[in-house]
Ligand binder design. Structure first.
Ligand SMILES: Nc1nc2c(ncn2[C@@H]2O[C@H](COP(=O)(O)OP(=O)(O)OP(=O)(O)O)[C@@H](O)[C@H]2O)c(=O)[nH]1
Ligand SMILES: [Mg+2]
Length: 356
C-alpha cells in the first residue's frame, strides 16, 4: 500500500501518531468525509529500535519468532522533529524484509512507558532524549580511575526517579580502591548495589537483575560500562577504551547508544550501553517526582506547607518536624538525609537559573 493517498497528501499520516502527535495547525481537510479516508498504515509492523546511526535506525522485527530480523529504516518526514531513540517501539512500513540494501520507514512510535532525558547543563531547557521504555538504570561508577563523584551519581538517581525508572548501582574497579566510604553516601536509598573488580565481575548477580527488564547503563566515560556489557552479552563486542593516566578522564570510547539482548540461564532482558557524558543536566526534572520515590516520607510531607522545599532550612516542614520529635526511625532519618541531598541537587540547579 502506498503511504501517500490519492492526492499525494500526507495528512493522513498524522492519524498514526499517538503521544508523539505533532499536528501544530488545524487540518485543512478535516471536513472531508471520513469514509474516504484510508486507514493509516494498517500494514505497519512494530519493531524495537536497537540503535541509531546518522539518521538510520536499526529496528528488530518479529522479535522472539522464527522470522526475527533487523531492518534498516529512516523516519517519515513528518516525524523529523520527534526524537526517536534506542528502546522506542516504532511502527514501520515499506520494505521490512531486512534484505541487504532495503530501507523501511518509521511512521509512528508506540506510546512510551518511560523516557530518560538530560539537558546539556542545568540552565538548559533543551532536552536530549537518551533512551525510551527502560524500566531500570544501572549507574556505573568506578572506585578509582576515574575518581568516583557522589554528586554525579546523585544526578543519575534524580533523573531515574524523575522518569520512573528503578536505579541500581555498580561500583567497578574495586581492585584499584576500596569503595566502602564512597558507598556510605547511599546508605539511605532503596538502591541495590553491586561491586565489580577486573577479575571478579558479578556477571551472574547483575545478569539475574536484568531478566525481564530493559536496563540502561549510564556513567562517566571510562568507568567500565562497555566492559561490563561485553561480559554480560558476549556477542556485544563493544569497544572499550583506556583512561588517560594524566587527566584521569575516559576517552569517550562509545559514541552511540545501543540496545543488546541479554540471554541468561534464567531468561532474557535488554541491556542498553550509552556513551559516557561529562555532565548530566537536570533542567527538565520535577522535584515532586523525587519525593514521590520516597513513599513513606512523601506521606508525611503531605502536611508540609505548599511549595515546601523539605531542605534543612525549610520552615514548618513536616518531615523536619517529625525528625525533631523523634518520630522517624534510623532508616527513615538516613533516607530523609538522602532525599534532602537529592533535592539540594535540584535546588542548586534552580539557583543557577535566573527567573526560576
Ligand atoms: N582495573 C580495572 N579496570 C577496568 C575494570 N572495568 C573496566 N576497566 C577498564 O577501564 C577502561 C574503560 O572501560 P570501558 O568499558 O571502555 O568504559 P566505558 O564506561 O564504556 O567508557 P565510555 O564508552 O568512554 O563511556 C578499560 O581500559 C577497561 O579495561 C575493572 O573492574 N578494573
Ligand atoms: Mg563504552
Amino acid at each position: 500500500m502506498s503511504w501517500l493517498d490519492d492526492t499525494g497528501d500526507l495528512d493522513d499520516e498524522f492519524e498514526d501518531f499517538d503521544e508523539s502527535s505533532i499536528r501544530a495547525r488545524p487540518n485543512p481537510k478535516a471536513n472531508r468525509p471520513r469514509t474516504k479516508r484510508r486507514p493509516a498504515h494498517d500494514d505497519a509492523v512494530i519493531g524495537r529500535v536497537l540503535g541509531v546511526d546518522r539518521g538510520r535506525y536499526t529496528v528488530l522485527i518479529d522479535e522472539d519468532t522464527d522470522d526475527e530480523r533487523t531492518v534498516s529504516v529512516t523516519r517519515a518526514r513528518e516525524l523529523r522533529r520527534n526524537p526517536i531513540v534506542t528502546g522506542d517501539l516504532a511502527r514501520v512500513v515499506g520494505d521490512v524484509s531486512g534484505d541487504e540494501g532495503t530501507l523501511g520507514r518509521i511512521v509512528g512510535i508506540v506510546e512510551r512507558t518511560s523516557l530518560l532525558r538530560r539537558s546539556a547543563d542545568d540552565t538548559d531547557q533543551v532536552e536530549r532524549v537518551i533512551v525510551a521504555n527502560a524500566d531500570q538504570m544501572l549507574v556505573v561508577v568506578a572506585a578509582a580511575d576515574p575518581e568516583p563523584r557522589a554528586r554525579l551519581v546523585d544526578r543519575y538517581l534524580v533523573a531515574a526517579l524523575d522518569a520512573g525508572i528503578r536505579p541500581l548501582l555498580v561500583v567497578t574497579k574495586t581492585d584499584l580502591a576500596d569503595p566502602t566510604q564512597f558507598l556510605s553516601h547511599f546508605d539511605g536509598l532503596d538502591l541495590r548495589v553491586f561491586t565489580s573488580a577486573r577479575d571478579e565481575m558479578p556477571t551472574e548477580e547483575i545478569g539475574a537483575a536484568l531478566v525481564g527488564h530493559t536496563t540502561v547503563f549510564v556513567g562517566h566515560s571510562g568507568v567500565g560500562k562497555s566492559t561490563l556489557v561485553n561480559e554480560l552479552v558476549p556477542t556485544a563486542l563493544r569497544a572499550t577504551g583506556h583512561v588517560n593516566q594524566v587527566t584521569g578522564r575516559g576517552r569517550h570510547t562509545s559514541s552511540s547508544t545501543v540496545s543488546l539482548r541479554y540471554q541468561g540461564a534464567e531468561g532474557n532482558g535488554w541491556v542498553i550501553d550509552t556513551p559516557g557524558v561529562r555532565s548530566f543536566g537536570l533542567g527538565h526534572v520535577d522535584p515532586a517526582n523525587i519525593l514521590a520515590a520516597f513513599t513513606e516520607l512523601a506521606e508525611i510531607a503531605e502536611d508540609c506547607p505548599r511549595g515546601c522545599t523539605h531542605l534543612a532550612d525549610a520552615p514548618d516542614c513536616a518531615l523536619i518536624e517529625a525528625a525533631e520529635r523523634g518520630e522517624l526511625s534510623e532508616t527513615a532519618l538516613a533516607r530523609l538525609d538522602s532525599l534532602q541531598r537529592l533535592l539540594q541537587t535540584f535546588a542548586d540547579k534552580a539557583e543557577q537559573t535566573p527567573g526560576r
